[in-house]
Design a protein around this ligand. Structure first.
Ligand code: DAH
Length: 341
């Protein structure tokens, strides 16, 4: 009789499981049959009313029923989970043909990065290799090895950010010339784009700015080669008709030294506010590498000659875009930046 009761409960339970369609219903069934006060549990509890001889048999019937129900519940749970998962995946499907929300703006490179990339590309096309150097530099590389005397004003606290007595933020990418010449034998043909630092801050100076250093060392390079390299650069970077002019100057690490002017690309040389009516705009410093610098770097100055130049990236950008205030390039004003996309 008890067996029939167990079978009856089991059958009713299986029917309910079969009809269940969600996890809540399954949970309710679990409680109803297998919970502490569940129907199958109740039969198990009633075992103590049976005779000792009957108990093992009843125990087995109840255990079998319990196992069967548990197994079927687990299967049903799995199949419901599976259906839910499938439904979720279907709902989450991406429609790649949907159009983008309107009015969302896409970022662009900062004009200074564009200019730096343009200049770098031009020199790569002319056969220059791109080198890198540290921004935190020993004073030896930034000054001493470049033939800059101990009492030179550029070494003062007012012109250089010092970190300690002999460590500083490099003030010029010329320091990389020294690293390259000490580690590489001629022929050398490199440029080094990078950040430099000086305690200056006004419309045409920023405490951080960028330079692109150039260096060629070979047996037969001359000032004439320097001019033709810079003319080619000016032609490619500004325009076909841009002219280059050398003016005598002084840098401790070059002899002779020159300041390099370009014909104003705004007025074509006629004179305007950008070139202060002179028709020329100063762009960079350059020269023939001083023999002391070559020798300091272990290069025989009776065999080899060097030419070098240092281009100001911000200055090149200001000239190219006709900007008078360098700070516009650093302010990140979206109205300005948008114009360079
Ligand atoms: N380092 C110089 C400066 O920051 C620029 C310069 C001048 C670089 C002459 C050179 C050079 O390589 O030959 O003002």
């Amino acid at each position: 009789m008890l067996k029939a009761k167990i079978d009856g409960i089991q059958e009713a339970c299986l029917l309910e499981i079969n009809n269940a369609s969600d996890l809540q219903q399954i949970n309710a069934i679990k409680i109803k049959y297998l919970g502490r006060n569940g129907e199958i549990t109740a039969v198990l509890k009633s075992i103590k009313e049976a005779s000792v001889a009957e108990r093992p048999q009843i125990g087995k019937w109840v255990n079998d029923a319990q196992k069967l129900v548990e197994g079927i519940i687990a299967d049903k749970e799995n199949s419901i989970q599976e259906i839910l998962k499938q439904k979720r995946t279907e709902e989450e499907t991406l429609d790649v043909t949907l159009s983008l929300p309107q009015g969302r703006s896409i970022g662009a490179l900062n004009p200074l990065t564009l200019i730096k990339n343009d200049i770098t590309d031009i020199f790569i096309r002319m056969g220059f290799e791109v080198k890198d150097g540290p921004e935190i530099e020993f004073e030896y590389y930034n000054f001493t090895a470049l033939n800059i005397p101990k009492d030179h004003p550029s070494r003062n606290n007012s012109d250089t950010f010092y970190i300690s007595d002999n460590l500083l933020l490099r003030t010029q990418t010329s320091a990389v010339q020294v690293h390259v010449m000490k580690s590489q034998r001629p022929p050398i043909r490199i440029i080094c784009p990078g950040k430099v630092y000086r305690p200056d801050d006004d419309a045409t100076h920023s405490p951080m700015f960028q330079q692109i250093e150039g260096l060629v060392v070979d047996t037969t390079v001359t000032l004439r080669d320097l001019k033709s390299i810079l003319e080619e650069f000016a032609r490619l970077f500004f325009s076909e008709t841009t002219k280059v002019r050398f003016r005598p100057s002084y840098f401790p690490f070059t002899e002779p030294s020159v300041e390099v002017d370009l014909s104003c690309n705004k007025c074509g040389g006629a004179g305007c506010n950008l070139c202060k009516s002179t028709g020329w705009i100063e762009l960079l410093g350059a020269g023939v590498v001083h023999p002391n610098v070559l020798e300091e770097c272990g290069i025989d100055s009776s065999k080899y000659k060097g030419i070098a130049f240092g281009i100001g990236v911000e200055r090149a950008a200001m000239i190219k875009y006709g900007i008078h205030d360098m700070r516009l390039l650093f302010d990140n004003d979206i109205r300005i930046l948008k114009q360079f996309k």
